[in-house]
Ligand binder design. Structure first.
Ligand code: SAM
Length: 207
């Protein structure tokens, strides 16, 4: 059984449009060539520069918390391999847009190159930017969904500001032990938080 079917069977992937995207956007298109045989494994894999493509279970869990929808505008911080940015691009569809931001230029190019295997970059549905995502992306805010693929010491305030009312921020928080935090913006200055411990991430590095 493929890793995606296993995640569906185990109840990690639940939402039909998210399941459909995970079936279509193949992890093997986003790993280093020498690691293709391990793309179906449920663990992180190196993408160089001390960084990883995340574990499928973790990505599935975070996508279910993000609940991206058709037409959404998404900010994907720490785009790395491009896998999560491409998954969002598939889900938001032609009317939506995803900005992937990555601080390591070589990885920004790696992720963008991988995503070109699908029709998301030339169509402008996915845009890759090199920069410090901890500040968000003010010029394209507000966002329906902000997904962060690296752990912050605390929730960066600009990300809360750049979220639409009704929007969701999903971010790993904590340096020694980490938890995934879901923040729902329920009014311009009111937020609701849920916390899920037991995950491990590379750190979010602010410039
Ligand atoms: N979503 C990615 C994927 O599917 O491959 C996960 C990649 S990795 C777990 C996290 C990425 O966050 C790394 O590529 C790292 O360079 C990047 N990163 C760390 N701090 C960052 C920051 N402040 N701004 C943007 N990217 C950052």
């Amino acid at each position: 059984m493929s890793i995606i079917e296993q995640l569906v069977k185990d109840g990690y992937l639940k939402t039909p449009r998210i399941i459909k995207a995970f079936r279509k956007i193949k992890r093997k298109d986003f790993v280093l060539p020498q690691l293709k045989s391990e793309a179906e494994m449920n663990y992180p894999l190196t993408i160089g520069f001390g960084q990883t493509i995340s574990q499928p279970l973790t990505v599935a869990f975070m996508f279910e918390l993000c609940q991206p929808k058709k037409g959404n505008k998404v900010l994907d911080i720490g785009s790395g391999s491009g896998w999560t940015t491409a998954l969002f691009a598939e889900i938001v569809g032609k009317e939506g847009k995803v900005y992937g931001i990555e601080r390591i230029e070589e990885l920004k190019n790696f992720g963008e190159g991988n995503t070109k295997k699908y029709d998301f970059v030339s169509s402008g549905r996915a845009v890759f930017i090199c920069g410090d995502g901890s500040k968000g992306l003010k010029e394209h805010a507000p966002f329906d969904v902000i997904h962060v693929g690296a752990a912050a010491a605390s929730i960066p305030r600009p990300l809360l500001k750049q979220l639409k009312v009704g929007g969701r921020l999903v971010i790993p928080v904590g340096l020694k032990s980490q938890e995934i935090v879901l923040v729902k913006k329920i009014a311009s200055d009111r937020y609701k938080e849920e916390r899920y411990p037991g995950f491990i991430f590379v750190p979010l590095i602010s410039d």
